[in-house]
Design a binder for this molecule. Structure first.
Ligand SMILES: Nc1ncnc2c1ncn2[C@@H]1O[C@H](COP(=O)(O)OP(=O)(O)OP(=O)(O)O)[C@@H](O)[C@H]1O
Ligand SMILES: [Mg+2]
Length: 334
């Protein structure tokens, strides 16, 4: 593992392998991805729907079951010098690690709160499972944590349906982080919220991260959210990592044509409306295109893009991208 890494995936291949009526289907959702997340950073994963973001997160989290299968590669955790392979956790390891060390805010998590329990009792159920606390100890912990995060104490006695969508999401994030995990995985925590409410959720994640120096792996297809939160961004396309760089670098000088499209389709401050979208659609991952998976949609594709897979190139320290155009400086993309 790299010295400052807390979680590191190496040559990771994770496929959905299903069999129906004797026909085997393999969806190559994560296909040879290597990524190293540094302790204390916010690492953003970006990319269109279906490119493998949630799948990668599930494997990094060590929480996956068939049909999702790790076909190759490893995911190493480093907790205070102790190394573990997240793809091979025992049930005991999972119990030890989950929520205390690693927590997960799943996609669509606003709906995980039990509708017939008051928030304080949902917190108690959760805390006591891990810490064996009494009800009053759990309530005290919850009250203090909500106060630390600037959330109103009165939500404790509410039922989920009495809270707004944004407040429900903040409560869910508080629940997932109340045991101060070192590593937080958040899958689309702001999607489905309107922009104003999004800001509160982003601020909450920022606060938690800064208070504890936690590491956050954040998925959103919204680059605007990444710009606000992430230290570094990894861009996925069709199961591959195509570019990775510090946030400012990638927003200012994206090198992969796909990243350039993603950034160009962001609304600018003046326009406030979406600009040109990316033509075409991501491919189905049971039969991904040969060569560079982006070549059928890439306006800059050259002959070898359809047959040879581009290698990941280090363009400058910390800035990597996989595109044939970057191999020959004269043809460098933009
Ligand atoms: N249980 C499953 N069985 C088979 N294929 C699956 C399964 N779950 C996801 N996939 C496929 O794996 C690929 C990656 O899906 P994934 O959910 O990781 O994408 P994503 O980037 O998180 O998308 P979104 O932005 O829509 O959440 C997609 O092609 C999807 O159809
Ligand atoms: Mg997803």
């Amino acid at each position: 593992m790299q010295g400052d890494a807390i979680v590191e995936a190496k040559d990771l291949k994770a496929y959905y392998i299903t069999k129906a009526y004797g026909v085997e289907r393999t969806v190559k959702a994560v296909d040879d991805i290597s990524v190293s997340i540094k302790a204390g950073e916010v690492y953003g994963l970006a990319g269109e729907s279906g490119c493998g973001k949630s799948t990668l997160l599930k494997v990094l989290l060590g929480d996956f079951q068939p049909p999702l299968t790790v076909v190759e590669g490893s995911v190493a955790y480093d907790f205070e010098g102790q190394t573990k392979d997240a793809t091979k956790l025992s049930e005991q390891d999972k119990r030890d690690i989950r929520w205390n060390k690693v927590s997960y805010i799943p996609q669509g998590s606003m709906h995980v709160l039990n509708p017939v329990r008051r928030i304080q009792d949902t917190f108690h159920d959760f805390i006591t499972t891990h810490k064996g606390t009494s009800k009053s100890q759990s309530y005290d912990m919850t009250r203090k944590y909500l106060r630390d995060l600037g959330l109103p104490e009165k939500v404790m006695r509410s039922y989920p349906h009495q809270l707004s969508g944004g407040m429900r999401q903040r409560v869910t994030i508080a629940l997932a982080t109340i045991l101060w995990p070192k590593l937080i995985f958040a899958d689309e925590p702001t999607t489905a919220l309107d922009v104003v409410v999004q800001r509160g959720v982003i601020q909450l994640l920022k606060d938690i991260q800064q208070k504890e120096g936690s590491t956050v792996v954040l998925i959103t297809h919204d680059l605007g959210v990444h710009a606000n939160l992430a230290d570094r961004i990894g861009v996925l396309y069709a199961g591959k990592l195509v570019e990775e760089a510090p946030t400012r670098t990638i927003l200012k000088s994206p090198k992969h044509p796909y990243t350039q499209f993603l950034i160009n389709s962001l609304p600018t401050f003046e326009e406030r409306s979406a600009r040109e979208g990316i033509p075409g659609r991501p491919p189905a991952l049971d039969h991904p295109p040969s060569g560079c998976r982006f070549h059928p949609r890439c306006p800059m594709a050259i002959a070898k893009c359809s047959s040879i897979e581009p290698k990941m190139l280090e363009l400058s320290p910390g800035h990597r991208a996989a595109c044939h155009l970057l191999e020959e400086p004269n043809h460098a993309a933009a």
